[in-house]
Design a protein around this ligand. Structure first.
Ligand code: IMP
Ligand code: MG
Length: 369
C-alpha cells in the first residue's frame, strides 16, 4: 500500500502485466501499419512513460511527437480541457496513432479529434493502455486497448494524483475505504460488552453494529432484507448467512465516513467469519482484531444474579440458566477464537475490574493495532 497526498492506494497492475499489454498493442499496431512510417502522438503528461516504452518495442521505423492536454483535477475529470501544446508538425497524408495512457470519460479524446479535424491525415487511430468502459461517454472507436479496468482512480506508470505517482512502474488503485479499525467484540453474558462498546464508539469514532439491533431494525422497517429474514424466521428456519451479511453490508455502506466498525453478535461460525472477511475485503478493508472480554464464570454468575434482581429479567435471575448461557458462549466462541488466533488477531482482555480499568486495557490493545 502507498500513500499519495491524503489518499491510500493498493497495488493493482504489475509492471509485467503492463509490459505484456504494451507488447500486444505493439504487435497488433505494427501488423496493421504495414510498410507505412507511422507517427505516434503521445498525449502529455500521462503518456510519457507509455510512449517511451511503446516506441522502444516498436519493431520498425516510426516518428514520435507529443501534444499536451490537461483535463484532470485531483480525482475528477474536469469539464474544460486545456490545449497546452498543440500539433507542431504537418501530418498531411500520414498514418497517425494516438497513444493515450488512459481513456476515462472520453473528453480528452474528443479534444484530440477536434485537433485533428482539419489535418488531412491518411488515417487516425486511437491506442490506449488503460480504458474504463463504465466511465466512457463518447462514441469514438478505440482501435487498440491494452487493459480494461473498473471505474476507479489509478496512479502510476505516467498517471498521477495531483502531480504524484507518475514515476511508479506499477499501477495502484485507490482504496475506497481509507484507514479503518474494525473490531469483532466478544464477551460472555455479563462481561460488560455493551458498556465497553459504547466507550470504544466514542473514543475511536467507531460505528457499533449489533447484529441483533440490525435484524430488529430491518424487520421493523420492513426492508427487503428484513422481510426476507422474517420469512425464514417465521418458518422456524435459520436466516442464511448471506442475508445477514447483506444487512451488515448495508450498515457498512451507510457509514462510509466511519473510522471503523465494532461487530457485535457476528460472526458466530467459521463460515460467517470468512464471509465477514470477504465483505471487509470488498471494502478494501479488514477485521483488525477480535477482542474478547474474559471474566471468570463465578464472577459472571454473581454479576448476572445481581442484575436480575434490579432489572427483573427472568433469564438473568436463574442461576442454572445463567450457567448454561455462559457455557454456550464458550462452546460457540471457541471456534472463532481459533479462527482469529490463526491470523494473530485474537486479543483476550481481562474483564474484571472497574469500568475505567477495563476500558484502559481495551485501549492498550486497540492503540497497538
Ligand atoms: P477523460 O478525458 O475523462 O477520458 O480522461 C482522460 C485523462 O484524465 C487521462 O489522460 C488522464 O490524464 C486523466 N485520468 C483519467 N482517469 C484517471 C485515473 O484513474 N488516474 C489518473 N488520471 C486519470
Ligand atoms: Mg492523459
Amino acid at each position: 500500500m502507498i500513500k499519495l497526498h491524503d489518499k491510500y492506494f493498493k497495488p493493482f497492475i504489475s509492471a509485467q502485466q503492463i509490459d505484456d499489454a504494451l507488447q500486444r498493442m505493439v504487435d497488433e499496431i505494427a501488423e496493421d501499419v504495414g510498410d507505412d512510417i507511422p507517427v505516434f502522438v503521445g498525449i502529455l503528461n500521462g503518456s510519457f512513460m507509455l510512449t517511451s516504452d511503446f516506441v522502444k518495442k516498436y519493431p520498425k521505423t516510426c516518428e514520435v511527437t507529443f501534444i499536451k492536454l490537461a483535463s484532470y483535477e485531483g480525482l475528477k475529470s474536469s469539464e474544460d480541457i486545456q490545449r497546452l501544446v498543440g500539433l507542431t508538425q504537418d501530418l498531411t497524408g500520414r498514418t497517425v496513432i494516438i497513444l493515450e495512457d488512459i481513456i476515462d470519460s472520453g473528453k480528452t479524446l474528443a479534444e484530440v479529434y477536434r485537433i485533428f479535424k482539419n489535418e488531412k491525415v491518411k488515417s487516425l487511430k486511437i491506442a490506449t493502455l488503460f480504458y474504463k468502459p463504465e466511465a466512457y461517454k463518447k462514441d469514438f472507436k478505440l482501435h487498440y486497448v491494452g487493459i480494461e479496468i473498473p471505474d476507479k482512480f489509478i496512479v502510476g506508470y505516467g498517471l498521477d494524483y495531483d502531480g504524484l505517482g507518475r514515476n511508479l512502474t506499477e499501477v495502484y488503485q485507490i482504496k475506497q475505504t481509507q484507514h479503518m479499525t474494525n473490531l469483532v467484540l466478544f464477551g460472555p453474558p455479563g462481561a460488560g460488552k455493551g458498556t465497553q462498546a459504547e466507550f470504544l464508539k466514542g473514543k475511536y469514532n467507531l460505528v457499533h453494529i449489533s447484529t441483533g439491533d440490525v435484524f430488529r431494525f430491518n424487520i421493523k422497517n420492513e426492508t427487503a432484507l428484513g422481510m426476507l429474514a422474517k420469512s425464514y424466521i417465521d418458518k422456524g428456519e435459520l436466516v442464511p448467512d448471506q442475508v445477514t451479511i447483506d444487512m451488515l453490508n448495508a450498515e457498512v455502506e451507510k457509514n462510509t465516513d466511519a473510522k471503523g466498525f465494532i461487530f457485535d453478535g457476528f460472526p458466530r461460525t467459521n463460515a460467517q467469519a470468512k464471509a465477514l472477511d470477504k465483505l471487509m475485503d470488498s471494502k478494501d478493508s479488514q477485521i483488525n482484531a477480535m477482542i474478547a472480554l474474559e471474566v471468570e464464570d463465578e464472577i459472571l454468575v454473581e454479576r448476572l444474579i445481581g442484575r436480575g434482581k434490579t432489572s427483573g429479567r427472568a433469564d438473568d435471575a436463574n442461576e442454572s440458566i445463567i450457567r448454561n448461557r455462559i457455557k454456550e458462549y464458550y462452546s460457540k466462541t471457541a471456534i472463532l477464537k481459533d479462527y482469529y488466533s490463526a491470523q494473530n488477531k485474537y486479543h483476550g482482555v481481562d474483564g474484571v475490574g472497574s469500568i475505567e480499568e477495563i476500558t484502559e486495557r481495551l485501549s492498550k490493545v486497540i492503540d497497538k493495532l
